[in-house]
Design a protein around this ligand. Structure first.
Ligand code: ATP
Ligand code: ZN
Length: 736
């Protein structure tokens, strides 16, 4: 047999593949890209993915080690999947082995077989019973199998049937058992589609004409305009054409209500992938999609990696949402990756939002994306009235202006619900001593500890550090230590005092710890009648509360003066999304925004002319400042317990890049990439580490990527500064 090596990608940060000798007696044809293999690396046992075979290796033959095991005959990742991973690894300058890990669920990464997700399934044989079956349970089972010939074992035990009862049917030859991948349950109760209004109809017509080929489309529809209805119809068409649809939603948008809404419309299996599932459920969802059983896949960010053999349509709901970008490890944008995936698969992708990101809007305005608009609310709902309420020189009760409280009372008297939005959980953002000015600060971050009352403790929201509340001031020994400012807990408490007869519900990460808790809360809110909801942005996105007619935004100012260049964009999106929860059904809604800056020009533009108008003005600013989307950006971040070293690595990186740029372009006055920094991050110390950043801007993406490529090589081979951690963030969504 001729000599060859197996090229393997390993889940290591190193940006290269590794050569291994094949298993004894295995021909080269046994190895195919996308199979899993087990290897020894140093002293570690790792699972790698085969990327190819070669007749020669740069590694001397006596140094080559053999593979320990080949786990798959058929590749787990197909050629399309591998090509997408190579694209990701190149684009984000990340190790291919780590990218490939994202493609497969945890259980497969640990080496489990695909069949681990199988389950016992009973199937009607169609034969008459060989022996008589009496007994009520036997008869009930016979009925079930004549209604539906195939039942997963778990569905039958859930209905109170035992294995022994099933065996009797099996012995009589009526049913047979097999191990199969269960399909997601079908909802028996079908929900009707709404009759689309003319705008929705025209949007649907335009979008469905794109089925069958690649096209990026922006569906810009005001809140409550019925975008979801349009998605559902489009999906229906794709499914009728024998295709699968992938729907990505933001992490907090994937409520059981959303899922039910999809499941109740279709008579095809809908698979789900989100962080609330256990490993086995994730493997099941992944296989249901990969084997084509599931025709619709709904999931959060990482679902974008799921193989879908008949992919025909991708939908990204709330495309502007920050949760589509992973903020550690492989810092990919699921939205941008989905665009590439749609392009390679030759299918349309619909980016939907009431508040599109400036990147997407820019692409739509320049004609690169198809731009479809819904400007009116669906059904009888009207857009909410928005009002800026100046609190300058006004005395406030519990943080609320009098007219706002009076208005809230009116809505409650009408048996409606009021939503109070404040993007700060806990009781107070600050604990301070009134005698000496001491403030509780995090030991590990440049940040203040948040005071929580339920249970009582101090909590750093940046590094999760927690400690008890001091009874006396640690600095002066005085007893006037108090919480200053307001968080959701305090507002809940104060509103209970102001509206003693009204139910107050707090919705934040402390009250809603999982999806089930949200589900229950959601049902409670729907049953509540008049009540006040106090919450963080958890309440803002995508929810449909039919009885909310008033929204109060307590601290809009917090977001107006961000030091990040995307600050205003993100604030405006949040304000619109929260405001969009008001008046979504027959009763009109109103939104009151308390502010100290009632003449803030951008806030006024947003209220008077809407998000689109503000977005156009923000785009103009970006164009003047040559910021994204008018330039391309990457951020090199460093962090280290030693401040000097964190800064030094970036200084050396900068010197290296300047030198390289100069060598490449000796005669040009303006290098194709502009370097800014190193600067300390806005929060310089977090979790005990000092953080610095270096910003890279370029007009041409190609120039940025060429530089990033050599930069990463430089950093990987950099000696010295071992303690400094670094990462390169391509298209960062913030510079904080
Ligand atoms: N054509 C229609 N006729 C009547 N009601 C409709 C119609 N289309 C949608 N609706 C209803 O209007 C409400 C809002 O629709 P939907 O949730 O699809 O809006 P959306 O644009 O996705 O909103 P948001 O961006 O605020 O989440 C829902 O209760 C939906 O059932
Ligand atoms: Zn901290």
């Amino acid at each position: 047999m001729s000599f060859f090596v197996v090229e393997t990608a390993l889940p290591l940060p190193l940006r290269r593949v590794f050569d291994y000798l094949p298993l004894a007696d295995e021909p080269e044809s046994a190895y195919r890209p996308g199979q899993r293999v087990r290897v020894e690396f140093g002293r570690q046992l790792l699972m790698g993915i085969v990327t190819g075979t070669r007749q020669h290796s740069e590694v001397p033959q006596n140094k080559l080690r053999p593979l320990l095991e080949r786990l798959d005959d058929e590749p787990l990742i197909d050629d399309n999947g591998l090509a997408l991973c190579r694209w990701l690894a190149d684009y984000y300058h990340h190790s291919l082995g780590e990218v490939l890990e994202h493609m497969i669920p945890t259980m497969l990464r640990r080496g489990c077989a695909l069949s681990e997700a199988d389950e016992l399934v009973w199937q009607a044989t169609g034969n008459e019973p060989a022996s008589p079956l009496r007994g009520a349970k036997q008869q009930a089972l016979l009925q079930l199998f004549s209604d539906q010939p195939r039942w997963p074992h778990s569905a039958l035990t859930a209905q109170g049937f035992s294995l022994a009862q099933l065996r009797r049917l099996q012995d009589a030859g009526v049913i047979s058992e097999s191990q199969q991948l269960p399909l997601p349950p079908l909802m028996l109760e079908r929900q009707q589609f709404h009759t689309l209004n003319p705008q929705q109809q025209s949007a649907l017509k335009t979008l469905s004409a794109e089925l069958g080929h690649f096209r990026a489309c922006l569906l810009e529809g005001v809140t409550g305009s019925g975008k979801t209805e349009v998605y559902l119809r489009l999906i229906e068409e794709a499914i009728q054409q024998g295709k699968q649809a992938l729907v990505l939603v933001p992490e907090i948008g994937l409520t059981p209500q959303t899922v039910r809404r999809f499941q109740a419309r279709f008579s095809v299996p809908v698979a789900l992938l989100h962080s609330g599932l256990n490993d086995r459920e994730r493997l099941q969802g992944w296989r249901q999609a990969r084997e084509g059983g599931a025709r619709i896949l709904i999931g959060t960010r990482s679902a974008v990696f799921t193989p879908l053999p008949d992919l025909g349509l991708i939908i990204i709901d709330e495309e502007h949402d920050g949760s589509f970008k992973q903020q550690d490890g492989l810092r990919y944008s699921a939205r941008d990756f989905a665009l590439v995936r749609a392009h390679k698969a030759g299918v349309p992708i619909v980016l939907g939002s009431a508040t599109p990101s400036l990147e997407t809007l820019h692409n739509a305005l320049s004609g690169k994306y198809l731009h479809v608009k819904l400007t009116q609310r669906a059904g009888n709902a009207r857009p909410p009235g928005m009002k800026l309420h100046s609190i300058l020189h006004q005395s406030l009760t519990a943080g609320f202006a009098q007219p706002v409280l009076a208005k809230m009372q009116q809505h409650l008297d009408n048996n409606k619900q009021v939503l109070v939005f404040i993007n700060r959980r806990g009781f107070a953002p600050l604990l301070a001593c009134r005698d000496c000015g001491w403030m509780a600060e995090c030991r590990r971050c440049d940040a203040r500890m948040t005071l929580h009352r339920m249970p009582p403790h101090l909590h750093c929201h940046h590094c999760d550090f927690q400690q008890g509340i001091p009874a006396i001031c640690p600095q002066c020994g005085g007893s006037h230590v108090e919480g200053i400012g307001q968080g959701t807990e305090r507002i809940e408490e104060q509103l209970a005092g102001l509206f003693p007869a009204t139910t107050i519900r707090r919705v934040d990460r402390d009250t809603v710890r999982n999806k089930q808790a949200f589900d229950e809360l959601y049902d409670d809110i729907h049953d509540d009648g008049s009540c006040i909801l106090v919450g963080t942005q958890m309440l803002a996105k995508g929810h449909h509360f039919p009885d909310v007619t008033m929204v109060v935004i307590l601290d809009a100012d917090a977001g107006l003066f961000s030091s990040d260049f995307r600050g205003m964009e993100h604030s405006a999106q949040l304000i619109c999304q929260v405001a969009g929860r008001a008046g979504r059904e027959d009763s009109p809604g109103e939104v009151w925004i308390q502010t100290l800056y009632a003449d803030h020009p951008q806030l006024n533009l947003l209220l008077d002319s809407g998000y689109h108008a503000l977005a156009l003005s923000l785009l103009q600013e970006r164009q003047h400042q040559i910021l994204p989307p008018y330039s391309h950006m990457a951020l090199l971040r460093s962090e280290c317990e030693d401040r000097i070293q964190a800064q030094q690595l970036l200084q050396e990186a900068r010197a290296f890049m300047q030198n390289w740029l100069h060598q490449q372009h000796p005669n040009s006055r303006q290098a194709p990439v502009t370097l800014l920094g190193p600067f300390p991050a806005i929060m310089e110390r977090r979790a005990g580490r000092f953080r610095f950043q270096l910003q890279l801007y370029a007009n041409e993406r190609k120039a940025l990527h060429q530089l990033a490529h050599v930069l990463v090589q430089f950093l990987e081979s950099h000696k010295g500064l071992h303690k400094v951690r670094w990462n390169l963030d391509i298209d960062p969504i913030d510079t904080l």
